[in-house]
Structure formats: structure tokens, C-alpha cells
Design a protein around this ligand. Structure first.
Ligand code: NAD
Length: 475
């Protein structure tokens, strides 16, 4: 049984989550102890007790620990990637890439710990100087989703620790193994007891318990419904909040797009990682002049995608992560057909050699902006193609969404690319690239219903994980 990490101790419980491989339900990845609300209270108390010691460490000590953790993650990327592919279902190549990303993030924030983030200014008054410094925000709660089992915990925990905060991580129930491995690595890298705590189990039980126990800040990534409920609770309690939620990201294909490049962007953005990325291109908005050629080529490519066991070398699309998600995807496929969209290929659940949650990627054409498959985040391998009269119409369709995470355009025109970059209502804009796939040293996040609070990642992470102090010094 894999246990919770509370105050430096691995603590079990009477209950366990059985973590199964969505590529092969006979394959048990492990049994993970589920924590109670009392365990969560203990974890927050441990983080509170560890805070004065951790914030007093030198930046060199913090940098060394984060760097050591990053080195171990990178050295074990094949093994940890295999574990991640077994618990989440993304292909081995995608999983190893995600683990490597987690390692790079720890190395980046080892550097950030060392770099100064303060300012020193002259006052507007004579004989006075002003010092602006940053201090840790305190005990930080991290709640993470299942689709990036190690990268998201890494991109929250690394800056939190780098800037002197203590941490309680509550990962998604579906993917405890990668977070457990991360906790084990951090503990062995030399973190003092209580600085990083791992609490596994139900969000409905442990989320409220975390807030009640008295954290100072909460960084949440997950669905919009959960995020909005947490926002109300955090506001009432005065807890600093960062929310990263869903997306319904458009890829706009202009008439002058290079056909093969645009199709490649659509295949990658819509279907890789089984469509289970918050930045997935789930809406493909195609201008009339290229529509027929684009749809024909995309349908051909989509139908040829190889769905299979995540660890099989020729698999391009792994299984859906869970039975619940697969059932939701199938409901959307049925709804798309009922609302009058044309299902060009895929959509069905597949029976393969091993029992798992396989689905053939679904491509719908002739979609209208009002259809549920064009408006709601599906979070699976289902893409909706919408036809636009021209660029202005396509841009209006792209922005006609309550979400605003990522938006992409395929065009050879610098003028169109520039116009789109300025007018797309999204936190991240991609030109001739898939909407999914980002760097780790630059800000990540969205606007409208996708995000709330400061950006994650890169140098911008300092905004959330520190609080600013302004000091006036009379000479
Ligand atoms: P979810 O909201 O169901 O769960 C996310 C986390 O919240 C889990 O750890 C869960 O246990 C916890 N949780 C559930 N109920 C809770 C409650 N009442 N209080 C506190 N915590 C609670 O989301 P999911 O299904 O795990 O993830 C998929 C969603 O995540 C999608 O909407 C996707 O777009 C989003 N996502 C967003 C980003 C981004 O950066 N914008 C990145 C990845 C995923």
C-alpha cells in the first residue's frame, strides 16, 4: 500500500484507491491509502509548523534541493514515464515527455530561487528610499487534475518551494502514483519534515477540509464547476487563489493556410493525449475557401490514427483515462449527431486485445456555434469543424465562447497572424502551431472562464507564490 506523506511520515489508512491501467484493466498500478479530513488537518498543521524553518533557509539550500529533485526526475524519466502512461493512459512517448518536463521545471525554479525579485527605488520624498521585497505567501494548498499527473504538481510545487512556502498537495484520485513518486523524490532530496505533504483521496472530502484547516493560498487546476465553487469559499475565507480551468480552444484555418501544416496542427491539437488537454483544439474553425480540402484531408488522417495500449510502440492515441470520461465522450458523440452535425469518422468505443477505455477519435463537420459539441468542453478525442465565411467571421466564432485559454491560427499572412494575436480572447495564442504544447519558462494561463488569478509558470509564478512588502527607509 502506498501511503500519504504527512509531516515527513508515510501514513496509511483503512481505505485504499485501487489504481488501474486504463489500457488494461487487469493491470493494477497500485493501492493508495485514502486520507480522511483529519489527515488533511494534520498535513496543514505540519505545513504550518514547518513554515518558519523553511522560509528561513538560504536560497542556496532551496535551490540545491529543487535541483536534486529535478536531476532524479530526469534520470528516471523512462521508468516514471512508464508509470504515468500506465495510470493515465497517454502514450509512452507523451508520458516520458511529461516527466522530462517536470524535471526541467524543478531545475528552472532552482534557478528562480537564486534570482532576486526585489526592487530598490528613490522615494518621491527627500531623504527616503523605498525597498520592495517579496515574502512567501505561507502554507499553500495544491489541488490538481488527472490529465497531467506529474507536470501540474511539479509546476505548482516547484515555485511554491523555491519562494519559501510549505505545501499540501491533493492530486486527482485517478492518478495518485505519479504524485506519490514526486513526494518520495522531494523527501529524499532533503526537504525538512512537513515542508511538502501529500494527501491522497476524494476532492469532495479533502478540498473543504484543506480550506477549513487554514491554508494561506490555494492553486487549483481542474474543471470550471469545481473551480468556481472553490473561488466562493476562498473569497469568504480570505485565501489567495489561483484557478486554471477548462477550455474550448479554437484553431482558425485561414484560406491561405498551408493545407498539410493546418491538418497536422488540428490532428495534434485535437487528438493527441486522447484530446484530454485543457489546451486541446476542440473547435476547428475553417474559412470557406479551404474548407472542403481541409475537411477531406483531416477526415482521412483522423480515420488512420492508431488507437491502442499506451505502452505499445506504434500507438498514437492511448485510451480515455476513465470509464466516466469515456461515457461522457460517447454521450457528446450521440448529442452531436442528434443536433445535426455530420460525423465524418470515429466516435465509437473500441474493444482491443486488452480490456480498456478505448475510443476511435471522432471528427464532426458542419457544426454550428450553438451545438453542445461546439460550446462545451468535452475533454476527449472529439473535434467539431465549423465553417466560416471569411477571416472576420472566423474570428467572431473563435471568440464566441465562455472560455479563453488558448487560440490558434494557421495562415501565411503576417497581417492576419498579427490581427489574430491582438484580437483573440485567450491567454495563449499559437501561430501555425497546435493550440496545445507550451514552454515551461514563460507564463501559462487564460482569461474569461478559463482562469482566475495570476499566471502559472516562468518568472510570472512569483506573483502567486509570494506577497509583496513595501518598506520606506528614512536616511
Ligand atoms: P475536477 O475539477 O473534477 O478535479 C480536479 C481536482 O479537484 C481533483 O483533485 C479533485 O479531486 C478535486 N476536487 C473535486 N471536487 C472538489 C471539491 N469540492 N473541493 C476541492 N477539490 C475538489 O477536474 P478533473 O476532471 O480532474 O480535470 C479535468 C479538468 O481540468 C478539465 O476541465 C480541464 O480543462 C482542466 N484542466 C485545466 C488546465 C489548465 O491549466 N487550465 C490544465 C489541465 C486540466
Amino acid at each position: 500500500m502506498f501511503c500519504n506523506l504527512i509531516d515527513g511520515q508515510w501514513r496509511g489508512s483503512g481505505h485504499a484507491i485501487v489504481n488501474r491501467n486504463p489500457s488494461d484493466l487487469h493491470d493494477v498500478v497500485g493501492e493508495f491509502a485514502t486520507a480522511s479530513a483529519g489527515d488533511m488537518r494534520d498535513a496543514v498543521a505540519a505545513a504550518r509548523a514547518a513554515l518558519p524553518g523553511w522560509r528561513a533557509t538560504t536560497v542556496q539550500q532551496r535551490a540545491d534541493i529543487l535541483d536534486a529533485a529535478g536531476s532524479e526526475i530526469l534520470a528516471r524519466k523512462q521508468e516514471l514515464g512508464t508509470l504515468l502512461a500506465r495510470e493515465e493512459g497517454k502514450t509512452l512517448a507523451e508520458a516520458v515527455g511529461e516527466v522530462a518536463r517536470a524535471g526541467q521545471i524543478f531545475k528552472f525554479f532552482a534557478g528562480e530561487a537564486l534570482r532576486g525579485h526585489g526592487e530598490w527605488l528613490d522615494s518621491v520624498r527627500p531623504g527616503v528610499e523605498v525597498a520592495i521585497s517579496r515574502e512567501p505567501v505561507g502554507v499553500v494548498g495544491l489541488i490538481t487534475p488527472w490529465n497531467f499527473p506529474i507536470a501540474i504538481p511539479a509546476w505548482k510545487a516547484a515555485p511554491a518551494l523555491a519562494f519559501g512556502n510549505t505545501v499540501v498537495l491533493k492530486p486527482a484520485e485517478l492518478v495518485p502514483a505519479s504524485s506519490w513518486a514526486l513526494a518520495d523524490i522531494l523527501q529524499r532530496a532533503g526537504l525538512p519534515d512537513g515542508v511538502f505533504n501529500l494527501v491522497l483521496g476524494s476532492g469532495r472530502v479533502l478540498g473543504p477540509a484543506m480550506l477549513e484547516a487554514g491554508i494561506d493560498a490555494l492553486s487549483f487546476t481542474g474543471s470550471q464547476a469545481t473551480g468556481q465553487a472553490l473561488a466562493a469559499d476562498c473569497a469568504a475565507r480570505g485565501i489567495k487563489l489561483q484557478l486554471e480551468m477548462g477550455g474550448k480552444n479554437p484553431l482558425l484555418v485561414a484560406d491561405d493556410a498551408r493545407l498539410e501544416q493546418a491538418v497536422e496542427c488540428a490532428i495534434n491539437g485535437a487528438f493527441y493525449s486522447t484530446g484530454q488537454r485543457c489546451t486541446a483544439s476542440s473547435r476547428l474553425i475553417v474559412c470557406a475557401g479551404i474548407y472542403d480540402a481541409f475537411v477531406a484531408r483531416l477526415a482521412e488522417r483522423t480515420a488512420a490514427l492508431r488507437v491502442g495500449h499506451a505502452l505499445a510502440p506504434d500507438t498514437q492515441i492511448g485510451p480515455v483515462a476513465s470509464e466516466v470520461q469515456l461515457a461522457a465522450n460517447l454521450r457528446y458523440v450521440a448529442q452531436g449527431q442528434a443536433e445535426g452535425a455530420s460525423l465524418l469518422c470515429g466516435g465509437d468505443a473500441l474493444q482491443l486485445a486488452t480490456p480498456g477505455y478505448y475510443q476511435q477519435p471522432a471528427l464532426f463537420a458542419g457544426c454550428t456555434a450553438q451545438m453542445a459539441i461546439s460550446r462545451e468542453e468535452i475533454f476527449g478525442p472529439v473535434a467539431a469543424v465549423l465553417r466560416a465565411d471569411g477571416y472576420e467571421h472566423a474570428l467572431a466564432l473563435a471568440n464566441d465562447t465562455p472560455y479563453g485559454l488558448a487560440a490558434g491560427i494557421c495562415t501565411q499572412s503576417l497581417a492576419l497572424a498579427t490581427h489574430f494575436r491582438r484580437h483573440a480572447e485567450a491567454g495563449m495564442v499559437m501561430v501555425n502551431l497546435p493550440t496545445a504544447g507550451v514552454d515551461y519558462h514563460v507564463p501559462f494561463g487564460g482569461r474569461k472562464g478559463s482562469s482566475l488569478g495570476p499566471r502559472e509558470q516562468g518568472r510570472h509564478a512569483v506573483e502567486f507564490y509570494t506577497t509583496v512588502k513595501t518598506a520606506y527607509l528614512g536616511l
